[in-house]
Design a protein around this ligand. Structure first.
Ligand code: HEC
Length: 139
């Protein structure tokens, strides 16, 4: 099921971290099978490759896109000092695991027409699960 690149990085420790992320940070919001399907360590690498050009995982640090600190469970368009597109600001949803999963698996402008996030989506389901497991740890 895992490709060799991921086998080395999958460990009991990261599985535990993943459970902690699910239980503590996601709490009552959404418990979904995606949470623990992913490896946050491998997801950190996916983040660096796919997202870090435009997003920081650090609190309060906006780049081309808003900081993704605390993104899981956050309201969309809610970073006060980031200038969102009208498209993202007018649509209101909560960034649950499921919402991130559908948003990041296809071009952003499909889920949110008019968005200024120029991203075509991540089509490798394993990388997507790892990435979202990593995003769940940013609290
Ligand atoms: C080329 C730059 C770019 C890349 C690459 C990119 N983003 Fe974005 N992202 C943006 C911009 C710009 C916005 C603000 C969109 C708007 O206001 O319409 C955004 C918004 C978001 C939001 C909404 C945040 C909020 O506060 O509502 C999420 C979630 C997000 N990006 C996740 C990701 C993830 C995860 C990746 C990597 C898989 C990624 N983005 C890759 C530029 C990018």
């Amino acid at each position: 099921m895992y490709r060799s690149r991921h086998v080395r990085k999958s460990s009991n420790a990261s599985f535990l971290r993943c459970l902690v992320a699910a239980g503590v940070y996601i709490g009552g919001i959404t418990i979904s099978p995606f949470v623990c399907a992913g490896d946050p360590g491998a997801g950190a690498d996916v983040f660096k490759q796919e997202c870090a050009e435009c997003h920081s995982p650090k609190e309060g640090k906006n780049k081309k896109g808003p900081s993704l600190f605390g993104i899981v469970g956050r309201n969309s368009g809610s970073i006060a000092d980031y200038h969102y597109s009208d498209a993202l600001q007018q649509d209101h949803w909560v960034w649950t695991i499921d919402k991130l999963h559908s948003y990041l698996s296809q071009p952003a402008k499909k889920t949110n027409p008019g968005t200024k996030m120029k991203y075509d989506g991540l089509n490798d389901p394993k990388q997507l699960d790892d990435l979202i497991a990593y995003l769940s740890t940013l609290h």
